[in-house]
Design a protein around this ligand. Structure first.
Ligand code: FE
Ligand code: FE
Ligand code: ZN
Length: 278
């Protein structure tokens, strides 16, 4: 069975989120460690998290992929905003210690005119401030669409950040199909070439998780607007080719398509049917 899931709400508690995942036949999922729009951390409820750990074990879940809040910008011009990003990530990683062995994904950020090199340096600096040798979470840089001054639209930029990190075993990459397509990497028709390029520039062993989204825009549009699976420019066949690729199929795949949880359940069922798992 491939690991397939969606972004779920943690608002009702972590165990309840696990039950929601089971309800849509997911065996991985993504979530925010806190209110996505605010920066305030929720107090961890160890009993709730322990119940989730039990459920994940019993359900033979694959690795989870927590998502950092969107308000984080580790390469902002403003030192206060950069410090806030570090504080948020440190807090989230503390919570993740209750769910050891999983992933925490973040958007590298927007350099807002400071330039790619300066931006990458700030992101690397933040990671070196926040990562701890004893943490049990691997932090993932997400591939981005390259909208505006966003960093991470090129594999080279992610490599530049990864090269700065002291604790090499605590970092990796999460590939988002909509983002890479919008950035100009043709995962629909030339997936082998894209993976070869990823391997040459970053190293495929660094790729730990994927977001699977169709895209509302054509290859290279630099837009970042997710479409439901099969309703965008990557298409159902493109997405199925992606999740069944021999170099990818053991990774966790997370849907971030514009649906509620039942809608994600229908997409999971559709994909499992397409790949012959039900
Ligand atoms: Fe993301
Ligand atoms: Fe994503
Ligand atoms: Zn996106």
């Amino acid at each position: 069975m491939i690991y397939l899931g969606a972004h779920l709400s943690s608002a009702g508690g972590f165990y309840k989120m696990g039950l929601a995942a089971v309800g849509i036949e997911a065996n991985t999922f993504a979530f925010f460690c806190r209110n996505p729009r605010g920066s305030r951390a929720k107090a961890a409820d160890p009993a709730d998290l322990e119940k989730l750990r039990g459920l994940l074990r019993e359900g033979q879940f694959g690795p989870l992929v927590a998502h950092a809040p969107y308000i984080m910008n580790p390469c902002s011009k403003d030192e206060g905003i950069r410090n806030l990003a570090a504080e948020i990530m440190a807090g989230d990683l503390q919570l993740m210690e209750y769910l050891p062995g999983n992933y925490y994904n973040f958007h590298p950020g927007s350099h807002v005119g400071q330039g790619v090199d300066a931006g990458c340096r700030m992101i690397g600096d933040m990671l070196n401030r926040v990562l701890r040798p004893d943490q049990n979470t691997v932090v993932l840089l997400e591939t981005m669409a390259g909208k505006g001054s966003e960093i991470g639209g090129r594999f080279e930029e992610l490599r530049q950040i990864l090269d700065m990190v002291e604790l090499q075993d605590k970092v990796g990459v999460c590939m988002d199909t909509c983002h890479v397509s919008d950035a100009g990497y043709d995962v629909r028709s030339h997936l082998d070439d894209v993976l070869e390029e990823f391997d040459r520039v970053i190293g495929l062993e660094r790729l730990k998780a994927c977001h699977i989204n169709d895209s509302m825009n054509p290859l290279g549009a630099r837009k970042d607007r997710h479409a439901p699976i099969g309703e965008g420019t990557i298409g159902l066949e493109g997405i199925v080719g992606f999740i069944t690729h021999p170099k990818l199929r053991c990774l966790p795949f997370i849907l971030e398509t514009p649906h509620d949880t039942p809608g994600h359940g229908r997409e999971i069922a559709l994909l499992r049917r397409e790949i012959g798992e039900r």
